[in-house]
Design a binder for this molecule. Structure first.
Ligand SMILES: [Zn+2]
Ligand SMILES: [Zn+2]
Length: 491
């Protein structure tokens, strides 16, 4: 009997599966955006990530992407506030088209970028890489009504002259999307001869210069309109990534998407795609004296809370660095005879003022002739020639090693043991009282390959891995160096 009830309960559950609320899958308080792409005569594989990143950089949106909009239905669209179309391909079929049209008519938002105004009309379908398919599909009239324009192959043909730089001017400053926006320069295609629908509120135009093959008139490029209870934002701009990176494009696009989603604009007139926190750690990365792959620069890039300047030798320490920086990150190789005394004094003053120092990989060779530096500050030295009873150190490239974080220090927090393909060092001199951070048991390597120096006046970290791109590109390594910089800065 109990078994029968259980079976009945399971059957009932299978009939009406309980929905998991959307909040478990989206960031709370953000506007939810779905970008429609996957077919376009333009390079959608390159432009879609920019359209996504421009929104995410504002902190206002939670963005998803579908490359198969033909599979959309009411349920797929329900969680979203706005759709962004970066699509220029064939028809989606009635279930998806009715779902999209119902989404907008019912009170949600739609943003249309560049060639996304083209499809579903009377013009022929386009294929990848600007190919013409020769196929004419029956028009989907509601799309043109939502966009506020359709393309025509009849004279005067909708299209553009040659791509060129031009100035976009705001004409609809009373609208929240355009309010406070400055005119801007963009290198783009300037669309002309749209067949416009009544009801567009034009926000921006540009003069289509006849000398550039243009109409000799001002053409409407950015507009908004209502559709049912919904809101539509259209921009004819954004042919490719170069065009999209114009600050005026990024800001008007993000503000347009916000308005279509929420009916209001809170975003500023300029979107910073690489925004830094006001109190971000200020790091000076010093290179020089040792060649390295450019992949190294992505290790510290793209982080909101760390701002990095690079200054290679020989002039990295020419100024007093104490006011300008919180942390020195050394990925250099320099001996003391190459550093003027005044520069040495600036470096020493920085370190003794209680600031942080992160030494990476070949920086362990630095200043063998400056005892204070290697005996006290670094707490170690790669020994080039046998001296003071220390044997010469050695190195080996392209070794697969297992690195184990040890000691539960904030610098190694959350990091699992890792496989690296890196260079190993052997017989590096090390002060016995360093605090170990990383260990390996590979026979070509010392056991301790990362430590916190016992130097008392500032926070000094040495991390030995990091020779080449195999390590630079690991998220594990990026996190290790990031945590070392934050710790050295006292965060
Ligand atoms: Zn284009
Ligand atoms: Zn190396």
């Amino acid at each position: 009997m109990r078994k029968a009830i259980l079976l009945l309960a399971m059957f009932a559950a299978a009939q009406t599966p309980e929905e998991v609320p959307d909040r478990f899958y989206f960031e709370e308080g953000k506007l939810r955006v779905l970008i429609l792409t996957g077919r376009n005569n333009h390079d959608w594989r390159a432009t879609t990530p920019v359209l996504r990143r421009a929104l995410e950089a504002t902190g206002r949106f939670d963005v998803r992407v579908t490359e198969e909009p033909a599979g959309l239905d009411e349920k797929t669209l329900r969680p979203y506030h706005v759709l962004v179309s970066n699509y220029c391909g064939s028809r989606w079929g009635s279930p998806a088209e009715e779902a999209v049209e119902g989404f907008v008519r019912g009170g949600k938002g739609l943003a249309v970028v560049h060639a996304a105004s083209y499809p579903f009309g009377e013009a022929q379908a386009l294929g990848e890489k600007m190919t013409r398919t020769g196929v004419y599909q029956a028009p989907w009239a509601a799309w043109g009504e939502m966009v506020g324009a359709v393309w025509s192959e009849k004279e005067p043909r909708t299209g553009h002259g040659r791509r060129h730089p031009f100035r976009v001017e705001w004409t609809g400053e009373a609208h929240p999307v355009a309010e406070g926006m400055a005119p801007f320069l963009i290198s783009d295609e300037l669309y002309r001869h749209f067949r416009l629908k009544p009801g567009n509120v034009v926000l921006a135009e540009a003069f289509d210069d006849a000398a550039q093959g243009g109409t000799g008139k001002r053409e409407p490029l950015v507009w908004v309109r209502g559709y049912g209870k919904g809101r539509v934002f259209h921009t004819a701009l954004g042919h490719d990534v170069d065009a999209m990176m114009a600050p005026g494009f990024l800001a008007s696009y993000a503000r347009g998407v916000e308005w279509a989603a929420a009916g209001e604009v809170t975003l500023p007139a300029r979107i910073d795609m690489h925004a830094k926190d006001a109190n971000a750690v200020r790091a000076l990365l010093v290179t020089g004296g040792h060649d390295h792959e450019a992949s190294f620069y992505q290790v510290l890039g793209g982080q909101r809370d760390i701002r990095v300047n690079v200054d290679p030798h020989p002039a990295a320490f020419r100024h007093d660095l104490r006011k300008q920086y919180d942390v020195l990150v050394l990925y250099d190789s320099i001996q003391v005879e190459h550093l003027p005394e005044r520069h040495r004094g600036n470096l020493q003053a920085f370190v003794e003022s209680g600031k942080g120092v992160v030494l990476l990989h070949h920086a362990i060779v630095d200043f063998a002739g400056w005892d204070w530096w290697w005996k006290e500050v670094m707490g170690g030295l790669y020994v080039l020639k046998p001296r003071e009873g220390m044997p010469a150190s050695s190195y080996l490239h392209d070794v697969e090693i297992v690195v184990e974080p040890v000691g539960g220090h904030p610098i190694t927090k959350g990091l699992p043991p890792m496989r690296l393909f890196d260079e190993t060092y052997k017989n590096v001199w090390r002060r016995p009282d360093v605090i170990p951070l990383l260990k390996t048991n590979h026979p070509t390597s010392d056991e301790v390959i990362g430590w916190v120096s016992p130097y008392g006046k500032s926070r000094v970290v040495f991390l030995q891995p990091g020779h080449g791109r195999e390590t630079h590109e690991l998220p594990w390594y990026r996190r290790l160096v990031r945590q070392a910089v934050l710790w050295a800065a006292g965060r």
